[in-house]
Design a protein around this ligand. Sequence first.
Ligand code: 173
Length: 329
Amino acid sequence: MTMKHLYRRALGAASLVPAVLAAVGLSAAAAQADEVTLRGTTAFAQGTTFSRPYEAFVDWINEKGKGVLQIQTVGGPEAMPPFEVGNAVSAGVVDVANVTAAFYTNILPMGDALKLARNTIQEQRANGCYDTIDALHRERIGVKYLARTGDHVNFHLYLTKPVEGPDLSGLTIRTTPVYQAMFEALDATLVTTPPGDVYTALERGTIDGYGWPIQGVLDLGWEEQTKYRVDPGFYQVDVNILVNQERWDSLTDAQRALLEEGARWIEARNAENLEINAAEAKKQAAAGIEVIALDGADRQRWLDTAQDAGWAKVEAIDAEAAAALRACL
Ligand code: 173
């Protein structure tokens, strides 16, 4: 080998160095770019009852997902009206949403069935119902149904004046799609509002009561304007974590696995709701909210109307999907 050749070789090797460095640099950059940040929103005010599980989920993901995936909450109902959140995650305006199905019946009317569940999300995953619900979300609104919180939490009617029984005629009640079919069947006059408008409506006397779960009344300061809670509770809260489908499909297996693991983690915490419900009922009593406990035939009518009117509504929307859900919820 001549000096000239050696020189050429050395030069060649040397000229590889920048190329290697560039490649290393590139792959380091690529590894960093692998961490994606999803933009999230919550339909419930941050720091309040039905936002808290989502916030815990986000913290869990951001802790475990360093270098893999992060979620940044870009705002709550102050930034986006709650009834627009479903549209936003469907259209990809946000990547992740914490929202109850009642707030997106404008795009997925069948979502109204989720509150009719009498089992837990763990049971729904085991019996295939989760897959049916996920498919409905994917096919109809382009959204991955990631997680469900709210299991074990029932809804109630809260009032500023007493009732004798299940007949709600003469009362103007704030509603969402959750209570609509039931309260309509009991002859109430209904006004639909997001949670953020309830306090003012009570204060002004434009409503005589409102539907809301057992949890969260004191969180929102509504106990000041509330005299009665009607028992028993009915239905079961669904507050769902949704992911835009295209965004979901663009993620790596590791990123999707992280989100799925976070979903199971937050769903396992639904069990804590039993204790929280009892504590909330005590706090309501301490705040002066009296219980109107329906019993006997009144109680039966209350609960039967909830179930019958609730299912009739979703059966009218899509009989086939309703039958599939009724068999597994
Ligand atoms: O009353 C509501 O705003 C409502 O529909 C709801 C649903 C789930 C949790 C909390 C409230």
